[in-house]
Design a protein around this ligand. Structure first.
Ligand code: HEC
Length: 148
């Protein structure tokens, strides 16, 4: 299956998780970043499993997808106020197009909810990982500075 994609997608996510911001002054910005880091941790669970670095475990993968849905559900509330911080990578476009931004968050929530329970073998795991990863990257391309 598409190992390159998994390696690349995971590299992006784990790199960003490793670089999770510290010393953020605005607690509202820290909270929305923490929720993003929590999302990245779940994607990391799926990615390490897809690459065979951890044993395949359908229940654990489906539970991670379920957590992604719950974390995605918090994005709109966490970003609603146009909070800023020198460490933030949020683009101003979020608040100029908040309905669109909210739609992206809801897409991820519904996608992950639909995928939770779908993982039964490595193929369905890779499919779920790809679809979730595309949803993360799609929003980052439009609304996050210097990242994908
Ligand atoms: C609705 C849009 C949206 C979706 C969907 C989204 N993100 Fe983000 N993400 C952002 C924005 C905006 C930022 C920058 C926030 C800031 O710096 O204030 C961000 C930041 C991050 C960060 C950096 C956190 C930090 O400490 O600076 C990580 C890691 C991350 N996202 C992972 C993910 C993963 C993994 C997914 C998918 C499971 C995802 N994101 C889905 C918009 C989104």
């Amino acid at each position: 299956m598409n190992r390159n994609w998994i390696a690349l997608g995971l590299a992006a996510v784990t790199a960003t998780a490793a670089l999770a911001h510290q010393n953020v002054q605005n607690p509202a910005v820290q909270a929305r970043m923490d929720n993003m880091t929590a999302l990245a941790r779940q994607v990391e669970i799926l990615g390490t499993m897809a690459r065979g670095e951890t044993a395949f475990d359908a229940a654990a993968a489906n539970a991670a997808l379920d957590r992604i849905s719950g974390q995605a559900n918090r994005i709109i509330d966490l970003f609603e106020a146009p909070e800023t911080d020198p460490q933030s990578e949020a683009r101003a476009g979020i608040w100029e197009n908040f309905a669109n931004f909210s739609g992206r968050a809801q897409e991820l929530e519904l996608l992950a909810a639909g995928l939770a329970g779908s993982v039964e073998d490595r193929g369905s795991l890779v499919t779920a990982l790809r679809r979730v990863g595309a949803s993360c990257s799609g929003c980052h391309e439009d609304y996050r500075l210097n990242r994908n």
